[in-house]
Ligand binder design. Structure first.
Ligand code: ADP
Length: 440
């Protein structure tokens, strides 16, 4: 017990003893000591009941307590209650201020934020940005069913799928020239936060970047063809002194042409959200073409083998795109494998899908480079890539093509032993092989 409370307690006991002693003295003087002491004891009990009732009344009335004056247990109890009430009030004030600050911050955010009840999918709260971005009105839309309220947006399927990590890009229901990126964040057991962000500017900049790269590449194509043409016309035998320079100029102009072609392919792949044309891809013929290309590039310096263990499967997708992706892998395998090494191209079943694998016994790739390999112009060794005539875009192209086919690229590699690049296709991209396959 704290000292202050203990002294109040002792004081009250002392007062009780004094009252009883005084009553006994008066009682003895009157000749009825027990009766007077009993009356005094009853008086003390009644007074304590009265004080108890007063405390109960003050508590039930939820009144604001006043700081007590005086001492004794009842005043100490009043003091403790007053202190508890004051602490609770200041905590409540602080919490309300914090809540107001949070609400003000959420209301001031440029993104539209809607708090949604998970079970009923009804709107519980939304901020000011919901009006210009989602067309929501206060107070009419409070408690409205979210899917119905944002009607033209395809939310029902998205909410039902419950894939919260995925964003949904849709035109704003208020202004179709504004693109919104919607995200659903579950933030408690029963509540969702729907965040809608205006990404039109970002998309516009992205489009500008793509157009810029595509236009520059396109513009470079003609002058490069002209330079290339004139270089071809210069006969090194007529100008023996220039022969090394001419050879270098030809090599560099060829590299630039390849770079421009790869940039154009990449920007075409980026701008198309889906494949322009899908068809059955005869994998027997595809493997033969890849092997022929590998042999042409290797010029007999590598052993090239092909294995079709798919048990009669073909792929379904873009022929040109897939050929470009696979031949990039084959060309890398030849270019990053020293003479005398081998390259193995294999097409096999994997569950209900299929895998195309290109393995080599080349230089291999250190593990820290693997996660970044498909970035544009990312090279493990810049000098080796330049020497081998690489543009730094081959794997970026391959990844984009595979994305368009909902497929994924897997790379395993060991430095000094070689690498395996595998393209994994799902069941929807696999077809039984057609009976008659036209070989090239
Ligand atoms: P590049 O035109 O430079 O070959 P890519 O995008 O095709 O560009 O490949 C990126 C980098 O990945 C290459 O520079 C090379 O360092 C590495 N790489 C790709 N394939 C292989 C491979 N089969 N063996 C070793 N390294 C490879």
């Amino acid at each position: 017990m704290p000292p202050r409370t203990r002294s109040a307690w002792l004081k009250t006991l002392g007062q009780l003893a004094m009252v009883l002693l005084a009553a006994a003295a008066i009682g003895m003087a009157l000749g009825h000591p027990w009766q007077v002491v009993t009356c005094a004891a009853l008086g003390v009990v009644a007074w304590h009941y009265w004080r108890l009732r007063r405390v109960l009344l003050r508590l039930t009335a939820r009144q604001r307590l006043t700081p007590p004056l005086g001492d004794g247990v009842w005043n100490e109890l009043d003091r403790l209650l007053y202190r508890g009430q004051s602490e609770m009030r200041s905590r409540k004030r602080r919490l309300i201020e914090m809540l107001r600050a949070y609400r003000a911050a959420a209301a001031a955010l440029p993104d539209a934020i809607v708090v949604v009840d998970r079970l009923s999918q009804r709107v519980l709260w939304f901020n000011a940005a919901c009006k210009p971005l989602l067309g929501m009105q206060y107070p009419e839309d409070m408690g409205a069913p979210l899917v119905q309220r944002l009607q033209p947006l395809p939310l029902a399927h998205w909410l039902a799928a419950g894939r919260h990590a995925e964003t949904l890009e849709v035109p704003s229901p208020v202004n179709s020239s504004v693109t919104l990126s919607l995200r659903l964040i579950p933030y408690s057991e029963n509540l969702w936060l729907l965040v809608a962000r205006d990404v039109s500017r970002m998309l516009h900049l992205e489009q500008m970047r793509r157009d810029f790269v595509a236009n520059v590449s396109h513009e470079l194509r003609t002058p490069l063809t002209v330079v290339h043409g004139y270089l071809d016309m210069l006969d090194p035998e007529e100008h023996p002194d220039w022969a090394p320079m001419l050879a270098e100029m030809q090599r560099q102009s060829q590299r630039m042409t390849q770079l421009v072609e790869d940039l154009l392919t990449l920007s075409r792949l980026e701008s198309q959200g889906s494949l322009p044309e899908e068809e059955n891809i005869a994998m027997g013929a595809m493997l033969t073409t890849l092997a022929r290309e590998a042999n042409a590039l290797s010029q007999g310096k590598h052993e090239v083998t092909v294995d079709d263990s798919s048990e009669g499967l073909d792929l379904w997708g873009g022929h040109k795109e897939l050929h470009s992706a696979f031949s990039n892998l084959v060309s890398n395998a030849i270019r990053y494998t020293p003479a005398g090494g081998s390259v193995h191209i294999r097409f096999r079943r994997e569950g209900s899908g299929a895998v195309l694998e290109v393995s080599d016994t080349g230089y291999g790739i250190p593990p820290n480079h693997l996660p970044r390999l498909t970035e544009r112009f990312y090279r493990v060794s810049t000098s080796r890539s330049r020497e081998s005539g690489g543009t730094g875009l081959g794997l970026a192209i391959c990844k984009h093509v595979l994305n368009l086919h909902q497929a994924r690229l897997q790379v395993t590699s060991e430095v000094g032993r070689g690498s395996t690049f595998s393209c994994h296709f799902g069941a929807e991209r696999v077809r039984p092989r057609e009976a008659i396959e036209v070989l090239p």
